[in-house]
Design a protein around this ligand. Structure first.
Ligand code: 2HA
Ligand code: ZN
Length: 298
């Protein structure tokens, strides 16, 4: 019996049984919800900080169909952006104002499903946000990044994870808003960095959280970068799975922490034995990695 038959059987016994078992028990939903718990454990989600989205596969949308039929009448709401690449897609997103560490405890309340219309300019809620919730304030950014990454990855990229690691915000007061400089500093901190983000980090100067300006500037960076720093705010990491996106965030943050520690040990940002760019290039060549020249600085 495949999952659909199993669900069909449960449905015959009554919607209540299906609801009691709940969508939150689907492994892919749990994995998404747990982004909040693992990020919280890292200290990246103070109060309602951070949010996430996952573009669903056709199979996942089908698995949701019993839950969404009653919501087909929900109004289409303008997204504030128009992203044709996202037409007809369904995004699981965290709720506005929710504490990320609580998403896994009550998925139907702290996350929901947003269906995007055929133009990519409107969305409607098909499931979730129970108790009067609504999608994250950064929904426009999620839609544009999802669209840009979908196109850049031939449809493979599905997860956008946003968090507030303190070291990323702190470094905004220490380094210039220059993505080549920031990327190269982090590449030089540990050999893992060039393996995990050889295309470098995207950077968006400090912008109003939740604004369309932030979404649009982020879309531009997302075309060529899987991880983007929002200056004085936080980090966005994308990936083909939740594990992939979280792992990318983890490596970027670790490199930034090593930079912070090195500066602390050196008593300032002039690191006496900073890896040279020639050495960085030798490591990349030895690993068969093509570093993005646009992100390479001294
Ligand atoms: O959801 O992190 O950027 C709260 C935020 C806004
Ligand atoms: Zn944020």
């Amino acid at each position: 019996m495949d999952n659909t038959d199993w669900f069909e059987t449960l449905r015959e016994k009554g919607q209540g049984v299906v609801d009691a078992l709940g969508l939150g028990h689907r492994p892919w939903m749990q994995e998404f919800a747990q982004l909040g718990s693992v990020g919280y454990a890292q200290g990246w989600h103070e109060r309602n900080g951070g949010n996430a989205s996952m573009r669903l596969t056709t199979e996942e949308v089908v698995a949701l169909r019993y839950y969404t039929t009653t919501n087909q009448q929900n109004p289409w709401v303008p997204l504030g952006v128009e992203v044709p690449a996202m037409a007809e897609e369904c995004l699981l997103v965290t709720a506005a104002g929710c504490a990320m560490e609580r998403v896994a405890q009550d998925p139907a309340r702290f996350m929901g499903l947003v269906q995007i219309d055929g133009t990519g300019a409107y969305g409607r809620v098909l499931w979730g946000f129970e108790g009067g919730g609504r999608p994250t304030s950064e929904l426009a950014s999620h839609v544009v990044i999802q669209g840009a990454r979908k196109e850049a990855s031939d449809g493979a990229s599905r997860v956008v994870y946003h968090c507030h690691p303190r070291v990323i915000a702190a470094l905004g007061s220490v380094w210039p808003e220059d993505k080549a400089l920031i990327t190269t500093r982090l590449w030089k901190m540990m050999t893992e960095a060039i393996m995990v983000f050889p295309e470098g980090l995207g950077l968006v100067p400090c912008e109003v959280p939740g604004s369309l300006e932030l979404a649009e500037a982020t879309a531009e960076e997302a075309r060529t970068h899987r991880a983007i720093v929002w200056s004085r705010h936080g980090l966005l990491a994308t990936g083909n799975s939740c594990e992939d996106a979280f792992g990318l965030a983890h490596v970027v943050v670790k490199a930034a922490e090593i930079y912070r520690d090195a500066c602390a040990l050196a008593g300032g940002p002039d690191l006496p034995y900073l890896m040279t760019t020639a050495e960085l290039k030798r490591l990349a060549a030895g690993l068969n990695i093509c570093l993005n020249e646009a992100c390479l600085a001294e």
